[in-house]
Design a protein around this ligand. Structure first.
Ligand SMILES: Nc1ncnc2c1ncn2[C@@H]1O[C@H](COP(=O)(O)OP(=O)(O)OP(=O)(O)O)[C@@H](O)[C@H]1O
Ligand SMILES: [Mg+2]
Length: 291
């Protein structure tokens, strides 16, 4: 018998619910693109509430990991496991993964002429918030959607007229990246992967995107930030920093590792991991020979 009646019981339930972990577990993931192995055994665990930074030189496989997680068909998973709370993510198609709460902000966002930002977002939000929704069934009520969209756009310093334009069509580089953050704000995923969402932005836009992410990141979301720059991580200090080299995570540290890499580059990492560095070198030479 629990003393205190239903009220206390309710607080118990809420506490219990908060204790439910959401964990994304990546185990020994191997991925090929066009029959070339790119990821060669990636292990990574992201819990809700955590911010992870993924760094590494160009071509080391960071985007490949992000695309593979959300189910891009070009990326062939040759072995390994990806699970969220025990659900086998690799069995699901890209839509199902989005409904499960996975979101990728693209390094190079796609343009969809003919589809307006507002329509795209209303469909996406309706699908994600109502995972059993079938195509053609009710969308989120227009009035609620409009209000929410307007609020989020205002917070991100975006002109509301943007919502009437075709998705990314003629958007500047910076506008595309803000659009990715707007999607993140509207979809409220459980796991958000941001692939260089801070690249190509002027310093005001970097601030808006960094602060926007800071508002969105919280106890209910796990975030993976792929970046080559400082600012996003200064505003959103990572709990963990991972360094990828030649398709593997070779080192994991805290926020100070990101700072060290920003200051000194990857020379020390290559020295500490000579085998991976040699593999990276061999891959680069193979590209030169074949081109
Ligand atoms: N669609 C593709 N077709 C052919 N090769 C690809 C494809 N996608 C990735 N690769 C190759 O896989 C390797 C890893 O690329 P990836 O884009 O994951 O690197 P990255 O770490 O994100 O680099 P960057 O910091 O430059 O964004 C590169 O050698 C790249 O050329
Ligand atoms: Mg990349």
């Amino acid at each position: 018998m629990i003393r205190g009646g239903p009220k206390l019981l309710a607080s118990f339930v809420t506490k219990e619910q908060n204790l439910i972990m959401s964990v994304l577990k990546i185990q020994d993931l191997h991925v090929s693109v066009a029959n070339t192995p790119i990821l060669k055994g990636v292990n990574l665990e992201i819990k809700k509430g955590e911010i992870h930074a993924l760094m590494g030189p160009n071509g080391s496989g960071k985007s490949t990991l992000a695309y593979s997680l959300v189910g891009h068909p070009k990326y062939e998973i040759t072995s390994g496991k990806v699970e969220i709370d025990g659900v086998d993510v690799l069995e699901l198609d890209a839509n199902e993964r989005a409904r499960l709460g996975m979101f990728l902000a693209f390094q190079y966002p796609v343009t969809i002429p003919g589809v307006k930002v507002a329509d795209f977002l209303r469909h996406a939000v309706s699908n994600v918030r109502n995972p059993d929704r079938k195509e053609g069934e009710n969308l989120m009520p227009m009035r609620d959607f409009r209000k929410e969209l307007r609020d989020r756009m205002t917070e991100l310093g975006m002109d509301v007229d943007f919502a009437k334009r075709y998705l990314n069509d003629g958007f500047s580089g910076g506008e595309k990246k803000r659009m990715e953050i707007l999607q993140l704000a509207m979809l409220q995923p459980k796991f958000a992967f941001l692939d260089e969402t801070d690249s190509g932005l002027d310093s005001d836009a970097v601030r808006v995107v960094s602060e926007g992410l800071h508002k969105l990141a919280g106890p209910e979301v796990g975030v993976l930030i792929i970046t080559h720059h400082k600012r996003l991580l200064e505003v959103n200090p990572p709990n963990f920093t991972h360094v990828m080299l030649a398709g593997r995570i070779v080192e994991t540290g805290d926020a100070s590792l990101a700072q060290e890499l920003h200051a000194n580059g990857y020379a020390a990492i290559r020295e500490r991991h000579p085998e991976a560095a040699a593999e990276e070198q061999a891959e680069e030479e193979a590209v030169v020979v074949s081109s």
